[in-house]
Design a protein around this ligand. Structure first.
Ligand SMILES: Cc1ncc(COP(=O)(O)O)c(C=O)c1O
Length: 365
């Protein structure tokens, strides 16, 4: 049968998210440790496991379409109002809602590149066009250049801090001046998927920040520091009027009962979270020190991953890791990102890189 399904023209050059990537093999190597997705490698919190088990008896029922309990819990946690929050299926899901609510064909979305690799896909799904602005030499946002790329067509600017993949932070003062300098027709999304690794579970100042910057939406997730990537839940905090619009583009029942319950319980587990964040930071510093001992370039990171600006040596670095059974994220021509993982994964990776270093008889890039 001849299927006549004509896709939208804006999707023509778009590939489904990471659809070319083998999941447990890289270039023919068996992967034992996956350090490519910035997941937390710690097991779920015991209270969370008990809590979500209760949801099993209600599988036949839809979850609350408004995720009201979680929305109110986040509101209390952040000292904002519930109508300043939109909860959705992962922060990627919420970002998609924002872009669908705001953009269409002919519009532009400006963001630093390399960046989170779902951005180009989500922008294309909205029908808009991505405008990539190269990172600075030290892996940070070039805010001046981003400003100059803003035009009448720009509907959204996405900033990411700590930045994926480099782990750099945008300076607070520079962020404030940047946001104040933007024209009114531009909404800024500040993606803080990794913020807890830098400033703890409830970085102060969000309510004041939101009031001061009425065209800015802050994006957060339970996937990273809270270790709930498999459950898909995140949120946006922003001005009421923007949030009301963002809620309109949500997929109905997008946040499951399990995700809602697990996120609520996670927000109530401050002490455990703090211990976990400290453990991740210690492991990140050990990994950084190990890589630096091998004379590899590593940027200081404020997140649960580290970035090596390896330029043309990126792919051979990723291959060496994969041959040892460790999957890292390669950004060809730019660098490699390694998620903080198990102690054993770091040991295996550093040993393989050290061996390669000895064999090469010279410094790695
Ligand atoms: C910068 C950034 N934002 C958002 C996300 C999406 O997170 P999630 O959809 O799991 O909440 C990720 C995931 O890797 C990320 O790196």
């Amino acid at each position: 049968m001849n299927v006549r399904f004509a896709e939208r023209s804006t999707l023509r050059d778009v590939r489904a998210y990471r659809d070319q990537e083998p999941s447990n093999a890289e270039g023919g190597s068996r992967i034992t440790f996956d350090l490519s997705s910035n997941e937390l490698v710690l097991p779920p919190l015991p209270t969370v496991l008990v809590g979500i088990r209760e949801g099993l008896s209600r599988l036949a029922r839809y979850p609350d379409p408004t995720a009201r309990d979680l929305t109110e819990e986040i509101a209390r946690h952040l000292c904002v109002s519930a109508d300043e929050l939109a909860v959705g299926p992962g922060s990627a899901g919420v970002l998609q809602q924002i872009l669908l609510a705001r953009c269409g064909k002919g519009d532009e979305v400006v963001y630093a590149w390399p960046g989170f690799d779902a951005y180009p896909l989500l922008v294309a799904i909205s029908g808009a066009t991505s405008v990539h602005v190269p990172l600075t030499g030290s892996g940070g946002h070039d805010l001046d250049e981003i400003r100059t790329r803003i035009s009448a067509r720009t509907k959204v600017v996405i900033l990411c801090s700590p930045h994926n993949p480099t782990g750099t932070m945008i300076d607070h003062g520079e962020l404030h001046s940047f946001l104040h300098s933007l024209p009114d027709h531009v909404v800024t999304v500040l993606d803080e998927a990794y913020v807890e690794f830098d400033r703890g579970s409830n970085p102060p100042g969000l309510p004041v920040f939101l009031r001061e910057h009425s065209n800015t939406v802050v994006l957060r997730t339970f996937s990273k520091a809270y270790g709930l990537a498999g459950l898909r839940v995140g949120y946006a905090a922003g001005p009421r009027q923007v949030i009301a619009t963002v809620r309109k583009t949500a997929i109905p029942f997008g946040v499951t009962r399990f995700a809602e319950q697990a996120a609520i319980l996670s927000l109530r587990s401050e002490v455990e979270l703090r211990e976990r964040l400290a453990a991740v930071a210690a492991a990140r510093e050990e990994l950084t020190a190990g890589l630096r001992e091998l004379k590899l370039p590593v940027l200081p990171s404020r997140a649960n991953f580290v970035w090596l600006p390896l330029a043309s040596a990126t792919e051979s670095f990723a291959r060496t890791a994969a041959t040892a059974g460790v999957k890292v994220r390669a950004y060809p021509g730019h660098g490699a990102r390694i998620s903080v993982g198990e102690t054993e994964a770091h040991r295996v990776l550093l040993a393989a890189l050290g061996q390669r270093f000895v064999e090469a008889g010279s410094e790695m890039p």
